[in-house]
Design a protein around this ligand. Structure first.
Ligand SMILES: C[S@@+](CC[C@H](N)C(=O)[O-])C[C@H]1O[C@@H](n2cnc3c(N)ncnc32)[C@H](O)[C@@H]1O
Length: 341
């Protein structure tokens, strides 16, 4: 039977559904972070497969245990397998502590911003001019640098290996990693290429932490961690491959363009430069994740914004890089823009 005009119109009428989901999404974030902190996924993998045993393993009172377990089931992060609880494929792979793929620290990476998102409208109303210095990385303590980079390392090793699928470094001699954090990209590259050397450029508080990761991987003879504020300090000369990853939204257009130009000036002729960034599509209408990284910069009133792939390509071309192209690195999250000197 044909639908009446009224029924068809009702079907097309907007609902509040996605608005309601979005406006309460913070509960989901809180629930997932708590589950990671309580080791819920790790305990299930360790054998606590019914609600009572899992509640005990997490050290919770039964009512709270039931609440968090039901929440994880509702979010599909765990599932019922008959009478037992089981992990979903992603929590099985990334949230069981002790496994090499564990990324729980990365799940908690942005948690220090948590309270500030609750007063975002007030923050956006502030009129103070933005500051170039990004206090999430400048003058931080070594403990904060360690917390931060346990997070970036837990996700960066996979990204570093992915980079090796994109970029052949067979004949390369020196990799320069601009704001390289834990050194994850350099560590993976030097493990793959025994003749490659690398230099990680980092803020003063981060360098000792980078050195710890390099040492852990037995690569102190080939990877140097060097103090270098990339907005201010000179770059080492002669790198024939360079990467700048996951710090694009931390600074504004002028600053990023200046860093790319400085990299071009310092690199060896023929060297390839790769900016792996949380970039928007060319028309700046999405995706959501880079847009959110840009918005997050308001919290510390940095100059940072969400740059578009077109803007990033412009920074490389204006600096003098040739054959500038962009390819998707991690869908909806990271783009890789590359050029050759
Ligand atoms: C999210 S982390 C990414 C780390 C690494 N590139 C990776 O992908 O695993 C951003 C990094 O940029 C570094 N960074 C930000 N501003 C910097 C600056 N002005 N000079 C040097 N490093 C900087 C931070 O210290 C931090 O390690």
């Amino acid at each position: 039977m044909a639908k009446s005009a009224g029924a068809a119109e009702r079907e097309q009428r907007p609902t509040t559904r996605r608005l309601q989901q979005m406006v309460r999404a913070y509960r989901e974030s809180g629930a997932l972070m708590a589950a990671v902190e309580l080791g819920l996924f790790t305990h299930i993998a360790g054998g606590a497969k019914d609600e009572a045993a899992l509640t005990r393993a997490m050290g919770l009172q039964p009512l709270h245990g039931e609440r968090i377990i039901v929440a994880m089931l509702g979010l599909g992060l765990i599932v019922r397998d008959g009478a037992k609880l089981a992990l979903a494929p992603d929590t099985e792979r990334f949230l069981v502590k002790g496994r090499p793929t564990y990324a729980g620290e990365w799940m908690l990476f942005t948690k220090p911003d948590w309270n500030e998102w609750g007063r975002l409208a007030d923050i956006l109303r502030e009129q103070a001019p933005p500051v170039l210095e990004n206090k999430t990385v400048a003058n931080i303590t070594i403990e904060e640098a360690r917390r931060y980079h346990r997070g970036t390392y837990s996700i960066g090793r996979g990204a570093g290996r992915l980079f090796l699928n994109h970029v052949d470094m067979t004949d390369k001699k020196l990799l320069m990693d601009i704001g390289g954090g834990s050194g994850a990209y350099c560590i993976e590259a030097c493990k793959r290429y025994p003749n490659l050397r690398a230099v990680v450029l980092e803020m003063p508080a981060v360098v000792p932490v980078t050195e710890e990761f390099i040492q852990e991987n037995g690569l102190t003879d080939r990877i140097e961690a060097r103090v270098c504020d990339f907005n201010v300090d000179p770059f080492p000369e002669g790198a024939d491959v360079a990467v700048m990853a996951s710090n694009l939204p931390m600074y504004g257009r002028e600053a990023i363009a200046a860093v790319v130009a400085k990299a071009h000036a310092a690199m060896a002729p023929g060297g390839s430069f790769h900016l792996i960034g949380e970039a928007l599509d060319a028309d700046r209408s999405g995706p959501a994740d880079p847009a959110m990284w840009g918005l997050a910069q308001a919290i510390n009133n940095t100059t940072g914004i969400a740059h578009s792939v077109a803007e990033v390509e412009g920074y490389l071309s204006d600096a003098g890089f040739k054959n500038v192209t962009t390819s998707e690195f991690i869908e909806g999250i990271l783009q890789r823009t590359a050029g050759v000197k």
